[in-house]
Design a protein. Sequence first.
Length: 184
Amino acid sequence: MTDEKAAVAVVAGLMALAARTAPKAKGVDTIVVRELGAKDLKKLAGTMVAYGKKQGKAFFLRDAQNMLASDACILIGAKGDMTVGIDCGGCGYATCAEMTRERKKRKERTTPFAGPNCAVRMADLGIAVGSAVKTAQIHNVDNRVMYTGGSAAVALGLLGKDCTVAYAIPLSASGKNIFFDRTM
């Protein structure tokens, strides 16, 4: 392992820590974090390719190539079905109980993420992702927040059965940012 790859592994751990300790609504932690090794990166990229081909979405294929070229990856997800209990309506339903009832009605998922999700928990997810990428930036590790990798991680169950929405953050340390000049 090169010094750069070893440093990326350390920063990945710091990013996981930043996501875990990020502020959360009512102090309740619904965030799920996982660091991926090389074997899981290949599995994740393979799922991204399969989905991209099946759905005709070339950006999944492009992102899968970035995933394979990465030194590490952090997955950050949320248990979006765990409501805050404040009946804010941000999810599209008048009450948290109504959202929960609607979730239970849905048997088959036809989209990459399961919904509806608590809007406040989705804000928690965004804060955790922001905290993690801030940590990568402070340590000069190139990264990219990927919906594509997150949706593949949810499909694979890499963050557990309760995770409803996730993002992948692949990491790289090289002479040129692999996430910058990307082609379809």
